[in-house]
Write a protein that binds this ligand. Structure first.
Ligand SMILES: [Zn+2]
Length: 490
């Protein structure tokens, strides 16, 4: 048994998926103490589950989700369970991260190895500890309870290490977490935090590492982006503090990965070589991630429907970038052209329907981006530019906002949205519930664009003689924004 476990006297812990356990039983907070050991890239967890009505009845504790099992840098070990008298209960590991006990536990404890993944794509989506900084996502570190589990969490950190989180401070050094699954803690020995106000919300910004942008840029960009989305979608149901944590990684120039869980935006990124692109990249990251605070994080939808919201988020974030003059119209077209090239050799499958597929990955989101572009074109054509994908997303948000409705399946909801109008239905039938190769020609015709291939890459060019209507719609798409803004600033 590891020595590191001795420091907790009465431990204990969390969860599993035993049948017959109702959601209400889990509303008593679990008390968690997490001791972080950066030198060994490890932590020990002790949980007092005695007050919880449900957890002491559990016999199986599945701490590593199938997701975190796939991140091979996470490993749970030294699991122990104790009864109300502090006597150890025999535990058996069924498979990595899954433990079966023989008795009623009052506390549980274990250690978790959290090596730093070499791959940047994993650093934004799973827990890890590095030399000077670490990311703790509680969903990797506790059993998956299938319903929101509140917890009081205490972190024991080495000297000079500090923590940043959107969780509220509670008495006796604890943080109050409403949903373990949505909680992210950024820890480090040189992280810089500041709390401010953006778009009337308390916002906390934490940065690890030196970028060519600074905290003031993050605050300014966040404020204007949050304002744009709030005027588009309305206020979110959760007004609590927003946490933006940005972690610099070396040897990853130009690359970034991010995740927005609950009210926390975590961006793991290399910097760009020069200041202007560095700030542009930051704006791109925030445009995308802050939209997730509304969609999907504030929606009462279940299931994996990332194929829908990721592609449409990328698209809408591009349009906001155009509107705020952060990207050029060429950048906008370039992104769509890249999506065409990324998906051109794909054997398509329906997003929704009998043959269930995995809905993650760059290619899937690229397909969904193209579908968003098609939807935008038909809506703008139909209404002479008065409606667009932004209105479609806003309607989706209002319909499914948390608290407004009981939870529906996200895939069903997305298909309902995309079949709500005849022009959209044709797109949905072909590409969402159907598997036809995506054909952008109808959208290109709307805006007077043509698609060509040059040196192996797709490009979009303006038609030689566009009609008046095509010119108008191209303008409304954002073609002339750059010129307009330049003129306005004179
Ligand atoms: Zn996203």
């Amino acid at each position: 048994m590891s020595k590191s476990l001795k420091w907790f006297s009465a431990l204990f812990f969390l969860l599993s998926a035993l049948s017959g356990v109702s959601a209400q039983d889990s509303t008593q907070p679990v008390e968690l103490t997490i001791k972080v050991d950066p030198d060994n890239r490890a932590l020990t967890v002790s949980a007092d589950i005695s007050k919880s009505q449900m957890l002491p009845e559990m016999r199986a504790f599945s701490i590593q989700s199938s997701y975190s099992r796939s991140v091979n840098s996470i490993r749970v070990k030294d699991f122990q369970a104790f009864d109300e008298n502090g006597k150890e209960i025999a535990a058996r590991e069924l498979q990595p991260g899954e433990f079966l006990i023989r008795g009623k536990a009052s506390s549980i404890g274990y250690s978790v190895d959290l090596a730093e993944p070499a791959d940047i794509s994993k650093k934004a989506h799973a827990s890890w500890i590095g030399d000077a900084v670490g990311v703790l996502m509680l969903r990797d570190l506790f059993p998956d309870l299938k319903s929101p589990v509140p917890a009081n969490v205490k972190l024991l950190l080495p000297a000079k290490w500090s923590v940043s989180t959107s969780a509220k401070k509670a008495p006796q050094g604890f943080y109050r977490v409403e949903d373990l699954d949505n909680s992210i803690f950024l820890i480090g020995n040189s992280i810089r935090s500041q709390t401010s106000t953006a778009d009337d919300r308390k916002i906390s910004i934490t940065i690890s590492g030196d970028f060519l942008f600074d905290e003031a840029d993050v605050l300014e960009f966040s404020g204007s982006i949050l304002r744009s989305y709030r005027s588009l979608f309305g206020s979110r149901s959760d007004n609590s503090e927003i946490e933006i944590a940005i972690v610099k990684v070396s040897n990853a120039a130009g690359r970034w990965e991010a995740e927005t869980r609950g009210n926390t935006v975590l961006i793991v990124s290399g910097d760009m070589q020069f200041e202007k692109p560095s700030r542009q990249r930051l704006h791109e990251q925030l445009r995308h991630e802050l939209l997730h605070l509304w969609i999907p994080n504030d929606l009462a939808l279940s299931g994996d429907y990332a194929w829908f919201y990721e592609g449409f988020t990328v698209y809408q974030a591009l349009k906001i970038g155009l509107a705020e003059n952060r990207i050029s119209f060429d950048d906008f077209l370039r992104t769509i052209a890249d999506a065409v090239d990324l998906t051109s050799d794909m054997q398509r499958e329906p997003f929704v329907g009998a043959s269930k597929r995995r809905f993650s990955g760059a290619k899937v989101y690229a397909e969904s981006l193209l579908i968003a572009f098609l939807c935008d074109a038909v809506l703008m054509e139909k209404t002479r530019g008065k409606r667009s994908v932004a209105d479609l997303l806003a309607a989706f948000y209002r319909q499914h906002k948390r608290g407004a409705n009981s939870s529906e399946d996200g895939n069903t909801a997305a298909v309902k949205l995309l079949t709500s109008e005849p022009e959209l239905k044709a797109i949905s039938d072909s590409y969402v519930t159907g598997s036809r190769q995506i054909d952008l020609r109808p959208a290109l015709t709307v805006f007077g664009l043509v698609q060509v291939r040059r040196t192996g890459n797709t490009e979009f060019l303006l038609k030689a003689k566009p009609t008046k209507r095509q010119k108008d719609l191209l303008d409304k798409l954002g073609y002339n924004n750059w010129r307009k803004v330049r003129k306005d600033r004179k």
